[in-house]
Write a new protein. Structure first.
Length: 484
């Protein structure tokens, strides 16, 4: 089935949607990508979630994205009942473990006292408690409380101005990567990305294991913004992680950073997901706030390829309503984009690099517009051509054909793309007949409809897209009949 809504919906698996009947309804509503959050649950639960996701029949198949935890700096254990601090108090964080009391604390990261510098901010519990480092010694740092509150055990610590020496991929993450390889996941989202090297280290490991999992760089750290172009070059997609971004950076800068990241992803020809608190109030309520509806619409207006739900589907009371709401917003917003003629300029990737496949994709868009085509059909063996076609923001469906089942799943992430597993013919001249049969069999087009076909020679070879043709549905049967 070709989805009318082109913006892809990513949901997070959790107890609220892990029952087969609920998940099946979510799929029918229009889920494209399923996120497994490795920060929660054990291996048994993860296996259960994956079985549910893969057990639900879906055409095209869903993509499965594992989300790595990354390093989490947390406080140690605090005295029962917590420890209350007020503005002006001075707390001490020491290297060695200690029970937190009397303004003395420790963390799970021994090198915190080495990395942090005087004058830098230290945030506790997602920034609810804020402090400034005023002094440090070899084994302790002292911080003055700027915003007080109750400090409790194991709360997170953020150091937005500190260059941390902690690796981006932890021992747990490497075990989770092995699990993802073993279970043939389609995407891995990397947390705590600070530079392209963080992505490359995982890429090298995947290559050594002969795994073709695509990597999604989560942009949440200030250093990632500084190295954004290089991160995009070596990633397969990016995710705007607005939750941690709002803690690590100035909260009021997040909307503008979202636009910057989305624009940069389009320039690089990479999919971009916007995430975190999209419809947060629907965790507990059957309808969203007006501000949340505007937020989702603006993410799509910015050019998001996909929008992601987290707690709304993982633990919320109304997962079905949340997905349906998200799609209704996307549908109306996309209609507005078409009506206003937005996103009609060639992708910056084409303007900057004159990339051949990007040029073919933009040409397909121009031809489709000129002849009022029903859809664009492209051979996309590894997904590259489909990705470039997607970046042109066609107001009509894009159907991508591949003999690679894994590539078909990965293309579930791409805006406006319906991927089909098909036995592509060896010769380009035989492709129109296959397209004709597919479109009429699936009732995606009717006789007389015109479609644009993008393919390459040799056909079915990754990276070979180099030609366009216009085909009228039913023409092959007519010509065959005349020859008889």
């Amino acid at each position: 089935m070709i989805d009318r809504v082109r913006t892809k919906t990513v949901i997070t698996m959790g107890p609220a949607c892990a029952k087969a009947d609920v998940f099946s309804q979510l799929v029918q509503t229009g889920v494209a990508v399923v996120r497994l959050n490795f920060s929660h649950g054990d291996l048994a639960q993860r296996e259960e979630f994956l079985a549910v996701a893969r057990g639900s029949p879906h055409r095209p198949p869903l993509a499965i994205m594992g989300d790595l935890c990354g390093p989490k700096i947390r406080l140690g254990t605090v005295i029962e009942g917590g420890m209350t601090v007020a503005k002006g108090d001075v707390i001490t964080i020491q290297r060695e473990p200690v029970l937190g009391q009397n303004n003395l604390l420790c963390s799970n990261y021994a090198c915190l006292v080495d990395d942090v510098q005087v004058g830098q901010s230290l945030l506790i519990d997602d920034g609810c408690i804020r402090a400034t480092v005023i002094d440090k010694a070899p084994n302790v740092v002292r911080c003055e409380i700027m915003v007080g509150g109750k400090i409790q055990s194991n709360k997170g610590i953020n150091l937005p101005q500190t260059r941390l020496s902690i690796p981006s991929v932890t021992e747990k993450d490497w075990r989770d990567i092995d699990w993802a390889i073993e279970h043939q996941l389609d995407y891995l989202a990397l947390s705590f990305v600070r530079s392209a090297d963080d992505v490359q280290s995982v890429r090298r490991y995947l290559e050594s294991r002969k795994s073709d999992i695509d990597l999604v760089a989560k942009i949440e750290m200030p250093q990632a913004i500084d190295d954004l172009s290089a991160i995009l070059d070596c990633s397969d997609a990016v995710l705007v992680a607005r939750g941690d971004m709002g803690v690590e950076m100035e909260l009021t800068a997040v909307p503008l950073l979202q636009k910057k990241i989305v624009d940069a992803a389009h320039e690089a020809g990479k999919p971009v997901i916007v995430a975190t608190q999209m419809l947060q109030s629907m965790v507990d309520n059957p309808t969203p706030t007006r501000a949340e509806v505007s937020d989702v619409a603006n993410a799509i207006l910015d050019g998001a390829d996909a929008v992601m739900l987290s707690g709304e589907t993982a633990v919320g009371k109304y997962p079905l309503e949340a997905v349906q709401t998200l799609r209704d917003i996307a549908d109306k917003t996309e209609r507005y984009i078409v009506q206003k003629g937005m996103h009609t300029e060639p992708p910056r990737l084409l303007q900057i690099s004159h990339h051949r496949t990007a040029a073919i994709a933009h040409g397909a868009m121009a031809i489709a517009r000129d002849i009022n085509a029903r859809m664009v059909v492209g051979g996309s063996q590894a997904g590259g051509s489909a990705r470039y076609l997607s970046k042109n923001r066609f107001p009509i469906p894009i159907v991508a054909l591949s003999t690679d089942v894994a590539a078909v799943r990965r293309m579930a992430m791409y805006y406006g793309v319906t991927a089909v597993h098909a036995a592509i013919p060896q010769h380009f001249d035989d492709l129109p007949a296959l397209v004709d049969d597919l479109l009429q069999r699936e009732h995606w087009a009717h006789q007389g409809d015109r479609v644009v076909i993008a393919a390459g020679s040799p056909i079915g070879t990754a990276g070979a897209t180099n030609s366009l043709s216009v085909y009228t549905v039913g023409e092959h049967a007519r010509i065959s009949g005349e020859r008889q």
